[in-house]
Design a protein around this ligand. Structure first.
Ligand code: F6P
Length: 341
């Protein structure tokens, strides 16, 4: 059997480890062959594919990015499933492993419903996919954000400043919650629980009164309670749909400075959180997911997605990934609040 592999949507540390896991397991346990699809669905729609050998995946477990490239091309553009079927037939591809986030997996679920042999692997640093306990890339992103908080703390203490650290998380606050807990932040601001300027400034002042350099971790999708509830990143888009304004961190810092009288700086971590090597945890999780995806694709478990349940890798319906966003629950938020200070 020949399996096509594609990575789609934003990149994420661990993608290469998944590819390596799929190929190694597929070749060693099933004698399968593989086709690499370039730049997600685009490669399949434009017949931009190439054989993927075991030597191509050597040494990949620690390499960031994706050797296959990625894009945000929609699977139903440019001929859609009919065109995909034609390319798969011509290239002798029997089934696909699609590694991607919510959009990719929703597309994969629809394609599976139309008879394309496909297995999904969930991916996002934001950790917001339902249907799996954790996504690979999240641990790496949280570790990078934690290191940034540690570094910002020493410069903040030297200058008696407040630091606002903006992390990724368009819809959910998992990276902010985990890095804020790990880094000992004094305020953790996430989209799930909007807070007022008064509350944010009270946290900052209380930390400063105890002689601490206040650290505020804010997820990019956070909105201030009682103010415009459109996330800052979604306001004032240019013709490419890109935000013209700075992010929420840059918006908060001057307000905190003005209201508390404490000099405040903002740092936006941005794509630093997606680049570079995955952590050991993410390498192992990605590899296990990749190996399980090879099993599913080579035993005909199409329309399924590999998923982490506790410590086990299981198969769930592809549609489970797109049923809803996995938000930070109230108890996790309250747990973090006890630690602040
Ligand atoms: O979906 C993951 C994510 O990291 C979001 O948190 C962030 O808003 C987005 O990707 C940024 O994507 P892009 O690479 O298109 O700027």
């Amino acid at each position: 059997m020949n399996i096509g592999i594609l990575t789609s949507g934003g990149d994420c540390p661990g993608l290469n480890a998944v590819i390596r896991g799929v190929v190694r397991k597929g070749i060693r346990a099933y004698g399968a062959s593989f086709t690499g699809v370039r730049d997600g669905w685009r490669g399949l729609l434009e017949d931009d594919v190439h054989p993927l050998h075991v030597t191509d995946v050597r040494g990949l477990s620690g390499r960031g990015g994706t050797i296959l490239g990625t894009s945000r091309t929609h699977p139903y553009s440019g001929g859609g499933p009919a065109r995909m079927r034609e390319v798969m037939e011509r290239r002798g591809i029997d089934a696909l492993v699609a590694i991607g986030g919510e959009g990719t997996l929703a597309g994969a679920a629809r394609l599976a419903g139309e008879g394309i042999n496909i297995v999904g692997v969930p991916k996002t640093i934001d950790n917001d996919l339902d249907g799996t306990d954790y996504t690979f890339g999240f641990d790496t992103a949280a570790a990078i954000a934690t290191e940034a908080i540690d570094r910002l703390r020493t410069t903040a203490e030297s200058h008696h400043r407040c630091m606002v650290v903006e992390v990724m998380g368009r819809h959910v606050g998992w990276i902010a919650l985990h890095s804020g807990m790990a880094g000992g932040a004094h305020a953790i601001l996430i989209p799930e629980f909007p807070q007022s300027y008064e509350q944010i400034c009270a946290w900052v002042t209380s930390a400063a009164d105890r002689g601490r350099a206040p650290i505020v971790v804010v997820a990019e999708g956070f909105t201030v309670a009682g103010e415009d509830d459109t996330p800052v990143a979604d306001r004032g888009l240019d013709k490419h749909g890109r935000a013209r304004l700075g992010g929420i961190g840059e918006m908060l810092a001057p307000v905190i400075e003005e209201r508390t009288g404490i000099e405040t700086r903002a740092t936006t971590l941005g794509h630093l959180q997606r680049g570079g090597s995955p952590t050991a945890y993410d390498r192992v999780l990605s590899t296990r997911l990749g190996m399980a995806a090879a099993d599913a694709a080579l035993t005909g478990e199409y329309g399924k997605m590999v998923s982490l349940r506790g410590t086990r890798i299981e198969l769930v319906e592809l549609s489970a990934a797109t049923e809803g966003l996995k938000k930070v629950p109230l108890e996790r938020w309250e747990e973090a609040q006890i630690l602040l200070g």
